[in-house]
Write a protein that binds this ligand. Sequence first.
Ligand code: NAD
Ligand code: UDP
Length: 330
Amino acid sequence: MALSTDLGERRSVLVTGGAGFLGSFLSEELLGRGHDVLCVDNFYTGMKRNIEHLLDNPRFELLRHDITFPLSVETDQIYNLACPASPIHYQYDPVQTTKTSVHGAINMLDVARRTKARILQASTSEVYGDPTVHPQREEYWGNVNPLGPRACYDEGKRCAETLFFDYRRQFGLSIKVARIFNTYGPRMRPDDGRVISNFVVQALKGDPLTIYGDGSQTRSFCYVTDLISGLIALMDSDDEITGPINLGNPVEFTMRELADLIIDLSGSRSAILHQPLPEDDPRQRSPDIARARETLGWEPGIALRDGLRTTIGYFEELLSLGVNAGTGSQ
Ligand code: NAD
Ligand code: UDP
Protein backbone atom coordinates (compact mmCIF):
# COMPACT_ATOMS: atom_id res chain seq x y z
CA MET A 1 0.00 0.00 0.00
CA ALA A 2 1.02 3.63 -0.36
CA LEU A 3 3.17 5.33 2.27
CA SER A 4 0.79 8.26 2.06
CA THR A 5 -2.64 8.89 0.61
CA ASP A 6 -1.40 12.04 -1.09
CA LEU A 7 -1.54 11.63 -4.88
CA GLY A 8 2.03 12.87 -5.19
CA GLU A 9 3.39 10.07 -2.97
CA ARG A 10 4.67 6.61 -3.77
CA ARG A 11 1.80 4.33 -4.71
CA SER A 12 1.30 0.69 -5.30
CA VAL A 13 -0.12 0.36 -8.82
CA LEU A 14 -1.57 -2.70 -10.52
CA VAL A 15 -1.25 -2.66 -14.31
CA THR A 16 -3.17 -5.45 -16.03
CA GLY A 17 -1.85 -6.16 -19.52
CA GLY A 18 1.45 -4.68 -18.34
CA ALA A 19 3.54 -6.79 -20.73
CA GLY A 20 1.66 -5.50 -23.76
CA PHE A 21 2.40 -2.53 -25.97
CA LEU A 22 0.71 0.22 -23.92
CA GLY A 23 1.06 -1.54 -20.57
CA SER A 24 4.84 -1.79 -20.79
CA PHE A 25 5.19 1.95 -21.50
CA LEU A 26 2.77 2.75 -18.69
CA SER A 27 4.66 0.50 -16.23
CA GLU A 28 7.95 2.13 -17.18
CA GLU A 29 6.53 5.63 -16.71
CA LEU A 30 4.96 4.79 -13.34
CA LEU A 31 8.25 3.32 -12.09
CA GLY A 32 10.01 6.47 -13.32
CA ARG A 33 7.61 8.52 -11.20
CA GLY A 34 8.61 6.51 -8.11
CA HIS A 35 5.65 4.14 -7.82
CA ASP A 36 5.61 0.38 -7.25
CA VAL A 37 4.19 -1.56 -10.18
CA LEU A 38 2.59 -4.99 -10.15
CA CYS A 39 2.29 -6.13 -13.75
CA VAL A 40 -0.38 -8.79 -14.28
CA ASP A 41 -0.43 -10.47 -17.67
CA ASN A 42 -1.26 -13.86 -19.16
CA PHE A 43 1.04 -13.24 -22.18
CA TYR A 44 -1.73 -13.77 -24.70
CA THR A 45 -0.31 -10.96 -26.83
CA GLY A 46 2.21 -9.51 -24.38
CA MET A 47 5.93 -10.14 -24.70
CA LYS A 48 8.66 -10.66 -22.09
CA ARG A 49 10.93 -8.53 -24.25
CA ASN A 50 8.66 -5.51 -23.55
CA ILE A 51 9.36 -5.63 -19.81
CA GLU A 52 12.70 -7.42 -19.50
CA HIS A 53 14.43 -4.08 -18.82
CA LEU A 54 12.09 -3.58 -15.83
CA LEU A 55 12.64 -7.00 -14.21
CA ASP A 56 15.70 -5.91 -12.19
CA ASN A 57 13.86 -2.95 -10.70
CA PRO A 58 12.99 -3.84 -7.07
CA ARG A 59 9.77 -1.79 -7.39
CA PHE A 60 8.58 -3.92 -10.33
CA GLU A 61 6.81 -7.24 -9.88
CA LEU A 62 5.44 -9.57 -12.54
CA LEU A 63 2.54 -11.97 -12.04
CA ARG A 64 1.39 -14.33 -14.78
CA HIS A 65 -2.35 -14.38 -14.33
CA ASP A 66 -5.48 -14.39 -16.48
CA ILE A 67 -7.82 -11.64 -15.25
CA THR A 68 -10.88 -13.68 -16.16
CA PHE A 69 -10.09 -15.40 -12.83
CA PRO A 70 -10.35 -13.60 -9.48
CA LEU A 71 -7.24 -11.97 -8.06
CA SER A 72 -6.39 -11.07 -4.51
CA VAL A 73 -3.74 -8.36 -4.19
CA GLU A 74 -3.27 -5.11 -2.29
CA THR A 75 -3.09 -1.96 -4.41
CA ASP A 76 -3.81 1.78 -4.47
CA GLN A 77 -4.54 2.20 -8.17
CA ILE A 78 -5.49 -0.17 -10.97
CA TYR A 79 -5.01 0.45 -14.67
CA ASN A 80 -7.07 -2.23 -16.41
CA LEU A 81 -5.40 -2.64 -19.80
CA ALA A 82 -5.54 -6.42 -20.22
CA CYS A 83 -7.24 -7.30 -23.51
CA PRO A 84 -5.98 -8.08 -27.00
CA ALA A 85 -6.40 -4.88 -29.03
CA SER A 86 -5.65 -5.91 -32.60
CA PRO A 87 -8.66 -7.14 -34.62
CA ILE A 88 -6.90 -10.36 -35.70
CA HIS A 89 -5.94 -11.16 -32.11
CA TYR A 90 -9.26 -10.31 -30.46
CA GLN A 91 -11.15 -12.24 -33.16
CA TYR A 92 -8.94 -15.33 -32.81
CA ASP A 93 -10.73 -16.40 -29.60
CA PRO A 94 -13.77 -14.12 -29.42
CA VAL A 95 -15.33 -15.79 -26.39
CA GLN A 96 -12.12 -15.28 -24.40
CA THR A 97 -12.05 -11.63 -25.60
CA THR A 98 -15.53 -10.99 -24.20
CA LYS A 99 -14.61 -12.82 -21.00
CA THR A 100 -11.48 -10.71 -20.62
CA SER A 101 -13.46 -7.50 -21.03
CA VAL A 102 -16.45 -8.47 -18.89
CA HIS A 103 -15.28 -11.05 -16.33
CA GLY A 104 -11.91 -9.28 -16.23
CA ALA A 105 -13.57 -5.95 -15.47
CA ILE A 106 -15.70 -7.52 -12.71
CA ASN A 107 -12.65 -9.16 -11.15
CA MET A 108 -10.60 -5.96 -11.22
CA LEU A 109 -13.53 -3.86 -9.97
CA ASP A 110 -13.86 -6.33 -7.09
CA VAL A 111 -10.17 -5.82 -6.26
CA ALA A 112 -10.79 -2.05 -6.31
CA ARG A 113 -13.86 -2.41 -4.12
CA ARG A 114 -12.04 -4.51 -1.52
CA THR A 115 -8.87 -2.40 -1.43
CA LYS A 116 -10.61 0.98 -2.00
CA ALA A 117 -8.26 1.51 -4.94
CA ARG A 118 -9.01 3.92 -7.77
CA ILE A 119 -9.48 2.07 -11.07
CA LEU A 120 -9.05 3.13 -14.69
CA GLN A 121 -10.50 1.24 -17.63
CA ALA A 122 -8.74 1.20 -21.00
CA SER A 123 -11.82 1.54 -23.15
CA THR A 124 -11.71 2.23 -26.84
CA SER A 125 -12.94 4.26 -29.78
CA GLU A 126 -14.47 0.95 -30.93
CA VAL A 127 -17.37 1.66 -28.56
CA TYR A 128 -18.46 4.11 -31.30
CA GLY A 129 -18.45 1.26 -33.86
CA ASP A 130 -18.70 2.49 -37.45
CA PRO A 131 -19.57 6.05 -36.40
CA THR A 132 -22.26 8.12 -38.05
CA VAL A 133 -21.11 11.19 -36.08
CA HIS A 134 -17.72 12.60 -36.97
CA PRO A 135 -15.45 13.45 -35.19
CA GLN A 136 -16.56 11.35 -32.26
CA ARG A 137 -17.60 13.08 -29.03
CA GLU A 138 -18.12 11.26 -25.74
CA GLU A 139 -21.88 11.99 -25.83
CA TYR A 140 -22.28 9.88 -28.98
CA TRP A 141 -23.72 6.40 -28.19
CA GLY A 142 -22.15 4.75 -31.20
CA ASN A 143 -23.10 2.47 -34.07
CA VAL A 144 -21.94 -1.05 -33.19
CA ASN A 145 -23.05 -4.23 -34.94
CA PRO A 146 -23.68 -6.52 -31.94
CA LEU A 147 -23.59 -9.68 -34.09
CA GLY A 148 -20.50 -9.14 -36.22
CA PRO A 149 -16.90 -10.33 -35.82
CA ARG A 150 -15.81 -7.13 -34.02
CA ALA A 151 -18.62 -7.37 -31.45
CA CYS A 152 -16.64 -9.54 -29.01
CA TYR A 153 -14.35 -6.56 -28.52
CA ASP A 154 -16.74 -3.64 -29.04
CA GLU A 155 -19.59 -5.01 -26.93
CA GLY A 156 -17.18 -6.42 -24.35
CA LYS A 157 -15.65 -2.96 -23.91
CA ARG A 158 -19.09 -1.32 -23.85
CA CYS A 159 -20.22 -3.74 -21.13
CA ALA A 160 -17.03 -3.01 -19.17
CA GLU A 161 -17.90 0.71 -19.26
CA THR A 162 -21.39 -0.13 -17.95
CA LEU A 163 -19.88 -2.16 -15.12
CA PHE A 164 -17.53 0.69 -14.19
CA PHE A 165 -20.38 3.18 -13.90
CA ASP A 166 -22.59 0.69 -12.02
CA TYR A 167 -19.80 -0.08 -9.51
CA ARG A 168 -19.52 3.66 -8.95
CA ARG A 169 -23.29 4.13 -8.51
CA GLN A 170 -23.78 0.97 -6.45
CA PHE A 171 -20.57 0.82 -4.38
CA GLY A 172 -19.12 4.34 -4.62
CA LEU A 173 -15.93 3.32 -6.43
CA SER A 174 -13.48 5.89 -7.74
CA ILE A 175 -13.48 5.15 -11.48
CA LYS A 176 -11.92 6.55 -14.64
CA VAL A 177 -12.82 5.53 -18.20
CA ALA A 178 -10.47 6.41 -21.06
CA ARG A 179 -11.62 5.86 -24.64
CA ILE A 180 -8.34 5.26 -26.43
CA PHE A 181 -8.08 5.94 -30.17
CA ASN A 182 -5.54 4.23 -32.46
CA THR A 183 -2.17 4.39 -30.76
CA TYR A 184 1.15 3.21 -32.20
CA GLY A 185 4.85 3.07 -31.44
CA PRO A 186 7.75 0.79 -30.56
CA ARG A 187 7.00 -2.54 -28.82
CA MET A 188 4.04 -3.38 -31.02
CA ARG A 189 4.45 -6.97 -32.13
CA PRO A 190 5.63 -7.37 -35.74
CA ASP A 191 2.70 -9.77 -36.15
CA ASP A 192 0.30 -7.51 -34.22
CA GLY A 193 -1.79 -7.10 -37.36
CA ARG A 194 -2.68 -3.44 -36.81
CA VAL A 195 -2.04 -1.14 -39.68
CA ILE A 196 1.09 0.73 -38.59
CA SER A 197 3.09 -2.33 -37.53
CA ASN A 198 1.97 -4.15 -40.68
CA PHE A 199 2.91 -1.30 -43.04
CA VAL A 200 6.25 -0.59 -41.34
CA VAL A 201 7.37 -4.23 -41.32
CA GLN A 202 6.21 -4.69 -44.93
CA ALA A 203 8.02 -1.51 -46.03
CA LEU A 204 11.25 -2.52 -44.30
CA LYS A 205 11.16 -6.00 -45.84
CA GLY A 206 10.34 -4.65 -49.30
CA ASP A 207 7.04 -6.55 -49.29
CA PRO A 208 3.87 -4.97 -50.68
CA LEU A 209 1.89 -2.87 -48.22
CA THR A 210 -1.50 -4.54 -47.72
CA ILE A 211 -4.20 -1.87 -47.94
CA TYR A 212 -7.60 -3.30 -47.04
CA GLY A 213 -10.29 -1.94 -49.33
CA ASP A 214 -9.54 1.13 -51.44
CA GLY A 215 -7.62 2.84 -48.62
CA SER A 216 -10.02 5.77 -48.30
CA GLN A 217 -11.04 4.82 -44.74
CA THR A 218 -9.55 7.09 -42.09
CA ARG A 219 -7.92 6.75 -38.68
CA SER A 220 -6.19 9.23 -36.36
CA PHE A 221 -2.94 8.01 -34.83
CA CYS A 222 -1.57 8.89 -31.41
CA TYR A 223 2.05 8.25 -30.45
CA VAL A 224 2.37 5.98 -27.42
CA THR A 225 4.08 8.40 -25.00
CA ASP A 226 1.40 11.04 -25.63
CA LEU A 227 -1.27 8.48 -24.82
CA ILE A 228 0.45 7.34 -21.62
CA SER A 229 0.66 10.90 -20.28
CA GLY A 230 -3.09 11.23 -20.95
CA LEU A 231 -3.87 8.01 -19.08
CA ILE A 232 -1.85 9.13 -16.05
CA ALA A 233 -3.39 12.62 -16.12
CA LEU A 234 -6.84 11.01 -16.09
CA MET A 235 -5.96 8.63 -13.26
CA ASP A 236 -4.58 11.49 -11.17
CA SER A 237 -7.50 13.85 -11.88
CA ASP A 238 -10.10 14.85 -9.27
CA ASP A 239 -12.44 12.13 -8.09
CA GLU A 240 -15.51 13.60 -9.81
CA ILE A 241 -13.83 13.31 -13.21
CA THR A 242 -14.89 9.82 -14.23
CA GLY A 243 -14.90 10.14 -18.02
CA PRO A 244 -15.51 8.69 -20.42
CA ILE A 245 -12.78 10.80 -21.96
CA ASN A 246 -11.47 10.41 -25.50
CA LEU A 247 -7.67 10.13 -25.66
CA GLY A 248 -6.13 10.26 -29.10
CA ASN A 249 -4.62 12.46 -31.75
CA PRO A 250 -7.33 14.17 -33.80
CA VAL A 251 -5.26 14.56 -36.99
CA GLU A 252 -6.90 12.22 -39.50
CA PHE A 253 -5.30 10.24 -42.35
CA THR A 254 -6.59 7.86 -45.00
CA MET A 255 -4.87 4.46 -45.07
CA ARG A 256 -3.59 5.34 -48.53
CA GLU A 257 -1.92 8.49 -47.14
CA LEU A 258 -0.47 6.43 -44.29
CA ALA A 259 0.99 3.86 -46.68
CA ASP A 260 2.60 6.59 -48.81
CA LEU A 261 4.08 8.28 -45.73
CA ILE A 262 5.58 5.03 -44.41
CA ILE A 263 7.05 4.15 -47.81
CA ASP A 264 8.55 7.64 -47.98
CA LEU A 265 9.98 7.70 -44.42
CA SER A 266 11.46 4.22 -44.63
CA GLY A 267 12.96 4.78 -48.08
CA SER A 268 11.17 1.64 -49.25
CA ARG A 269 10.45 0.53 -52.80
CA SER A 270 7.47 -1.55 -51.72
CA ALA A 271 4.37 -1.70 -53.89
CA ILE A 272 0.77 -1.47 -52.71
CA LEU A 273 -1.43 -4.57 -52.60
CA HIS A 274 -5.17 -4.13 -52.13
CA GLN A 275 -6.94 -6.79 -50.08
CA PRO A 276 -10.61 -7.14 -49.10
CA LEU A 277 -11.93 -4.76 -46.46
CA PRO A 278 -12.71 -6.67 -43.24
CA GLU A 279 -16.37 -6.90 -42.21
CA ASP A 280 -17.66 -3.91 -40.19
CA ASP A 281 -14.37 -2.01 -40.66
CA PRO A 282 -15.17 1.58 -39.52
CA ARG A 283 -15.15 4.05 -42.45
CA GLN A 284 -13.82 7.00 -40.48
CA ARG A 285 -12.51 7.75 -37.04
CA SER A 286 -11.21 10.82 -35.28
CA PRO A 287 -11.55 11.88 -31.65
CA ASP A 288 -13.02 15.14 -30.48
CA ILE A 289 -10.62 15.81 -27.57
CA ALA A 290 -12.21 19.00 -26.22
CA ARG A 291 -13.11 17.22 -22.97
CA ALA A 292 -9.53 15.99 -22.42
CA ARG A 293 -8.18 19.46 -23.17
CA GLU A 294 -10.59 21.15 -20.75
CA THR A 295 -10.63 18.69 -17.86
CA LEU A 296 -7.10 17.29 -17.99
CA GLY A 297 -5.20 20.05 -19.79
CA TRP A 298 -3.99 17.23 -22.05
CA GLU A 299 -3.37 17.10 -25.77
CA PRO A 300 -0.98 15.06 -27.90
CA GLY A 301 2.21 16.74 -29.06
CA ILE A 302 3.92 14.24 -31.38
CA ALA A 303 3.15 14.47 -35.09
CA LEU A 304 2.62 11.24 -37.02
CA ARG A 305 5.73 11.82 -39.13
CA ASP A 306 7.94 12.07 -36.00
CA GLY A 307 6.35 9.14 -34.19
CA LEU A 308 6.68 7.01 -37.31
CA ARG A 309 10.43 7.72 -37.56
CA THR A 310 10.95 6.32 -34.05
CA THR A 311 8.66 3.37 -34.77
CA ILE A 312 10.46 2.56 -38.02
CA GLY A 313 13.78 2.68 -36.11
CA TYR A 314 12.43 0.19 -33.57
CA PHE A 315 11.29 -2.29 -36.21
CA GLU A 316 14.54 -1.87 -38.14
CA GLU A 317 16.44 -2.95 -35.04
CA LEU A 318 14.05 -5.83 -34.41
CA LEU A 319 14.50 -7.13 -37.96
CA SER A 320 18.28 -6.77 -37.74
CA LEU A 321 18.19 -8.97 -34.61
CA GLY A 322 16.52 -11.64 -36.72
CA VAL A 323 13.27 -11.55 -34.75
CA ASN A 324 10.63 -13.49 -36.66
CA ALA A 325 8.80 -10.67 -38.35
CA GLY A 326 5.95 -12.02 -40.35
CA THR A 327 3.12 -9.51 -40.30
CA GLY A 328 -0.29 -10.42 -38.95
CA SER A 329 -2.78 -10.63 -41.77
CA GLN A 330 -6.54 -10.87 -41.71
P1 NAD B 1 -1.64 -5.50 -26.48
O1 NAD B 1 -2.29 -6.65 -27.12
O2 NAD B 1 -0.24 -5.17 -26.85
O3 NAD B 1 -1.67 -5.65 -24.90
C1 NAD B 1 -2.69 -6.31 -24.21
C2 NAD B 1 -2.05 -7.06 -23.04
O4 NAD B 1 -3.09 -7.71 -22.28
C3 NAD B 1 -1.10 -8.17 -23.49
O5 NAD B 1 0.09 -8.10 -22.75
C4 NAD B 1 -1.88 -9.45 -23.23
O6 NAD B 1 -1.03 -10.56 -23.02
C5 NAD B 1 -2.69 -9.04 -22.01
N1 NAD B 1 -3.90 -9.84 -21.80
C6 NAD B 1 -4.85 -10.13 -22.73
N2 NAD B 1 -5.83 -10.86 -22.17
C7 NAD B 1 -5.49 -11.02 -20.85
C8 NAD B 1 -6.09 -11.68 -19.76
N3 NAD B 1 -7.27 -12.33 -19.88
N4 NAD B 1 -5.46 -11.64 -18.56
C9 NAD B 1 -4.28 -10.99 -18.41
N5 NAD B 1 -3.67 -10.36 -19.43
C10 NAD B 1 -4.27 -10.37 -20.63
O7 NAD B 1 -2.61 -4.25 -26.72
P2 NAD B 1 -2.39 -2.70 -26.40
O8 NAD B 1 -2.41 -1.97 -27.68
O9 NAD B 1 -1.26 -2.51 -25.46
O10 NAD B 1 -3.77 -2.37 -25.67
C11 NAD B 1 -3.85 -2.28 -24.25
C12 NAD B 1 -5.27 -1.89 -23.85
O11 NAD B 1 -5.62 -0.64 -24.44
C13 NAD B 1 -6.34 -2.88 -24.31
O12 NAD B 1 -7.30 -3.01 -23.29
C14 NAD B 1 -6.94 -2.24 -25.52
O13 NAD B 1 -8.29 -2.62 -25.70
C15 NAD B 1 -6.82 -0.76 -25.18
N6 NAD B 1 -6.78 0.06 -26.40
C16 NAD B 1 -5.63 0.13 -27.15
C17 NAD B 1 -5.61 0.88 -28.31
C18 NAD B 1 -4.37 1.01 -29.15
O14 NAD B 1 -4.46 1.65 -30.21
N7 NAD B 1 -3.24 0.49 -28.77
C19 NAD B 1 -6.77 1.54 -28.72
C20 NAD B 1 -7.93 1.41 -27.96
C21 NAD B 1 -7.91 0.68 -26.78
N1 UDP C 1 -5.59 -1.97 -42.42
C1 UDP C 1 -5.01 -2.06 -43.66
N2 UDP C 1 -3.96 -2.91 -43.84
C2 UDP C 1 -3.45 -3.67 -42.84
C3 UDP C 1 -4.04 -3.56 -41.56
C4 UDP C 1 -5.12 -2.72 -41.40
O1 UDP C 1 -5.44 -1.37 -44.62
O2 UDP C 1 -2.48 -4.40 -43.09
C5 UDP C 1 -6.72 -1.02 -42.23
C6 UDP C 1 -7.94 -1.61 -41.53
O3 UDP C 1 -8.81 -2.23 -42.46
C7 UDP C 1 -8.53 -0.36 -40.90
C8 UDP C 1 -7.31 0.51 -40.59
O4 UDP C 1 -6.25 0.01 -41.40
O5 UDP C 1 -9.34 0.32 -41.82
C9 UDP C 1 -6.89 0.44 -39.13
O6 UDP C 1 -6.81 -0.91 -38.80
P1 UDP C 1 -6.22 -1.41 -37.40
O7 UDP C 1 -6.38 -2.89 -37.37
O8 UDP C 1 -4.87 -0.85 -37.18
O9 UDP C 1 -7.14 -0.71 -36.30
P2 UDP C 1 -8.72 -0.56 -36.15
O10 UDP C 1 -9.43 -1.10 -37.34
O11 UDP C 1 -9.03 -1.30 -34.92
O12 UDP C 1 -8.90 0.92 -36.04
